[in-house]
Design a protein around this ligand. Structure first.
Ligand SMILES: *Cc1c(COP(=O)(O)O)cnc(C)c1O
Length: 419
């Protein structure tokens, strides 16, 4: 028989206090979270925002069902990629007219890497992080293959040293500000400055950062950025991604997929391609309106929200979970791998334990949804728009009890996709 661990009263009291003092607490009502579930996977698939079902119903029944083809004009479908791009732009520190929403992160990465290489034609090196998300690594290889470039894999910590030696040969450096395994946060500003010092371009993948913390792509001089719509932006499974290109690059920007919707005059049906002015030239084909408008509705969860407050609460949440882990989990063989230094911590906590897979499965059976990265990392994503300190204490307590009582399968079969 398992008994609840004697919840350290101190942690319980602190969770209650922090949650009752939380100015963002009312935002949780902007999400339709199932009761009895502690959802710590919002960094992988954001939960359903309350505004989405009615918006989708309107898009399907009224705009499509009744408005039919007229909705391209009457309901703003044609402009949706740029309009929603600007809404995302506001969350990443981009002035309007530099961000387009659509396609997947993978497609946008190919576009961004190839366009960056085109902007620095005399430089043969493409630098990426050996620990980068797989699709980022594969697409760097693919673009290098198409353009006869060489990929160098340089961890962010080694970049300044690498650039000092070979920076003059680098076209583009492609990194994420967040290590998706450990939750470590890198210094985007300093790394971007180092890249520019070498005359190269900085491409940032913001999948684990957009909506999770304040970003300042314009102010720090980022050249290009991509990110997905379904993690902290909660736009739904497979939500459209986004591409940001700094305005100063627009005149020379050439994209590898010059589709008709990025044409200067798409309805002229001209024989040859002529790019539209501005970021509109990064459009490719007919946009996925249902997904785009679901994402647009999801983004209203950020209305009136200051991302500095989101960051402050996120750090409070991750800091509290690290404290819970210290009390309840490290004595049982868990090791935190997320940096304790708040300046180096994004919006997740990762713990190492050899039975990560079995523990995450057992946690799910208790209604605590987290995820794992093989072989031994348990990931707990927090989203300040809906996560509570009590959620994290509940997760730590369940994990404590399951581990103490060995109430899990230490080697379960690998199941389904873990994204
Ligand atoms: C989630 C994620 C992706 C996902 O790419 P998709 O094309 O949406 O599958 C890419 N890169 C990073 C860094 C991610 O975190």
């Amino acid at each position: 028989m398992t008994t609840a661990p004697p919840a350290p009263a101190e942690l319980r009291a602190r969770a209650a206090q922090l949650d009752s003092d939380d100015p963002l607490a009312p935002l949780r009502a902007r999400f339709l979270l199932p009761p009895d579930v502690v959802y710590l996977d919002g960094n992988s698939l954001g939960p359903l925002p309350a505004a989405v079902p009615a918006a989708l119903d309107d898009v399907v029944r009224r705009q499509w069902g009744t408005g039919l083809i007229g909705s391209w004009n009457d309901n703003g479908w044609w402009e949706a990629p740029l309009r929603i791009g600007d809404t995302i732009g506001a969350l990443i520190g981009a002035a309007p007219g530099q961000t387009v929403a659509g396609d997947s992160t993978s497609v946008q990465l190919f576009t961004a890497l190839d366009a960056a290489a085109e902007l620095r034609p005399d430089r043969p090196l493409l630098v990426t992080d050996p620990g980068h998300f797989p699709t980022d690594r594969y697409l760097a290889d693919a673009v290098a293959g198409c353009r006869d470039l060489e990929v160098r894999r340089v961890p962010p910590a080694d970049l300044p040293r690498f650039l000092a030696a070979e920076g003059h040969r680098v076209a583009v450096v492609s990194y994420s500000p967040v290590d998706f395994r450990t939750g470590e946060l890198y210094d985007m500003r300093a790394l971007t400055a180092a890249v520019h010092e070498a005359g190269a371009l900085a491409l940032w993948d913001l999948c684990h950062a957009a909506g999770a913390l304040p970003l300042d792509v314009d102010a720090i001089g980022v050249d290009l950025a991509v990110g997905c719509g379904y993690k902290f932006l909660s736009g739904g499974p497979g939500a459209p991604a986004f591409l940001y290109v700094a305005q100063r690059h627009h005149p020379a920007l050439r994209t590898p997929l010059p589709g008709w919707t990025g044409h200067a005059d798409p309805f002229a049906l001209a024989p040859g391609y002529a790019p539209a002015p501005g970021i509109a030239r990064a459009r490719i084909g007919t946009p996925p309106i249902l997904s785009l408008l679901a994402l647009e509705a999801a983004l209203t969860a950020f209305d009136g929200v200051d991302l500095a407050d989101v960051r402050a609460k996120s750090l409070s949440l991750t800091g509290f979970f690290l404290t819970c882990a210290e009390t309840l989990l490290t004595p049982l063989g868990f090791t935190p791998v997320t940096p304790a230094d708040p300046a180096r911590r994004a919006s997740q906590v990762t713990l190492r334990h050899p039975h990560a897979r079995g523990l995450v499965a057992a946690l799910a059976a208790q209604g605590v949804l987290a995820d794992m990265r093989a072989p031994d990392l348990l990931r707990f994503g927090v989203n300040a728009l809906f996560t509570t300190h009590q959620d994290l204490l509940t997760a730590a307590q369940h994990l404590h009890t399951l581990t103490r009582d060995a109430a899990y399968d230490p080697a379960p079969p690998a199941t389904g996709p873990v994204t």
